[in-house]
Design a binder for this molecule. Structure first.
Ligand SMILES: [Zn+2]
Ligand SMILES: [Zn+2]
Length: 365
């Protein structure tokens, strides 16, 4: 039976519904029936042609949840849990890293391996069902799979989507210590996740700077103590508010998840001396800002870090946290709209226009 998929044929071209051939399952391969995939900011960048080297036409959808309908020679997931047909899993979109280049072997950063393949981004639709905006997804041998833990419904995973894992990774990278004051810039999926995991990791206070109001309410639901609306507070007032909360020192940790270059200087202005700043929201080039190396970095003794994507461990550990703290992490509430494949264009537009925080594509309803 052909696989129906929503295809981006070229940047800014209308999204088309294609029928893809059912793949033959290689030894080590898994065929999933898509439960839900997501529409994230990266998909908006893909639609606008803002990522390099993308082999249009593509089936978007890099983070997805699916049900195993067929597999060959696979018995367990990466945690050692037995896998069976009917199980609900998610998977790490990055795969086929070369294990031979400098990034893979010397510095253990396969997320920068130049040979890596990524579901929903680096495959042509002509290669097969390698994206989540399709009825089925073929996981090639070697793709890392993890079963959703008991008690974690698919909506709580896909409601956070890739932002769930990126936010988790940014918090891990920040080295956040118990009691720290953390500022999260941005209240999209990455920011919401960063706020939630910062709170769970033991932040003394979590401040989220963002908009609109509905997203700030979600941030508070997920663990933020203070929400500063960029629609109501000027940059200077926001900095003053953070200083007022920290005895004038500034935040211990700042996680940027806004994708707005102006957030960088604003964040540096509200960072305490010796504080740590993680940039996790700039997946595409949105422009340049001016930074004073003396004032912003050197004199401040600042640690400034970038977080590019995620590793598989972030997925496994974020899922473990979802399982344990299920009541505190209702990421299903972030879902603003559920769309069929034929409505993918609408989903994309609703995300681009910030009408919904997380749009999910549910090919089977
Ligand atoms: Zn490599
Ligand atoms: Zn994404």
């Amino acid at each position: 039976m052909p696989i129906r998929a929503a295809v981006m044929t070229a940047p800014r071209a209308p999204i088309e519904l294609w029928d893809l051939d059912d793949p033959s399952i290689d030894e080590g391969g898994i065929l999933l029936e898509t439960v839900a995939s997501e529409v994230c900011g990266t998909d908006v960048h893909l639609f606008n042609g803002r990522l390099e080297g993308v082999p249009y036409p593509i089936v978007p959808g890099h983070v997805s949840v699916g049900r195993i309908i067929e597999m060959r020679g696979v018995s367990h997931d990466a945690e050692g849990e037995p896998l069976a047909v009917g199980d609900t899993v998610t998977f790490y979109d990055v795969h086929e890293v070369c294990n031979a280049c400098y990034h893979c072997t010397v510095v253990q950063q396969p997320n920068r391996c130049p040979h890596r393949r990524v579901y929903g981004i680096t495959y042509s639709a002509n290669d097969g069902p390698f994206g989540g905006w399709a009825e089925r997804i073929y996981l090639k041998p070697g793709v890392r799979v993890v079963k959703l833990p008991q008690g974690v419904p698919p909506d709580d995973v896909i409601g956070g989507g890739c932002g769930l894992f990126t936010g988790f990774a940014a918090v891990e990278r920040s080295g956040l210590q118990m009691g720290d004051t953390v500022v999260v810039q941005g209240s999209g999926p990455v920011g919401l996740s960063a706020a939630a995991f910062a709170a769970l990791r033991g932040a003394g206070r979590v401040v989220v700077v963002g908009a609109p109001k509905s997203r700030l309410e979600l941030a508070q639901l997920l663990g933020a103590d203070t929400a500063l609306s960029i629609e109501e507070w000027s940059p200077l007032e926001r900095e003053q508010a953070v200083r007022a909360l920290t005895g004038g020192r500034g935040a211990d940790v700042i996680i940027e998840a806004s994708g707005n270059p102006a957030a960088f200087t604003e964040g540096l202005d509200m960072l305490r001396d010796g504080g740590t700043y993680v940039i996790g929201g700039h997946y595409t080039d949105t422009g340049t800002v001016t930074v004073n190396p003396h004032v912003h970095v050197n004199r401040r003794h600042a640690n400034i870090l970038g977080q590019w994507g995620t590793d598989f461990r972030h997925i496994v550990r974020a899922l473990a946290m979802l399982a344990k703290h299920h009541e505190r992490l209702p990421f299903n509430r972030v879902i603003g709209g559920r769309y069929k494949l034929e409505d993918a264009a609408q989903a994309l537009e609703d995300v681009a226009e910030l009408r919904v925080t997380k749009a999910i594509i549910a090919p089977h309803g």
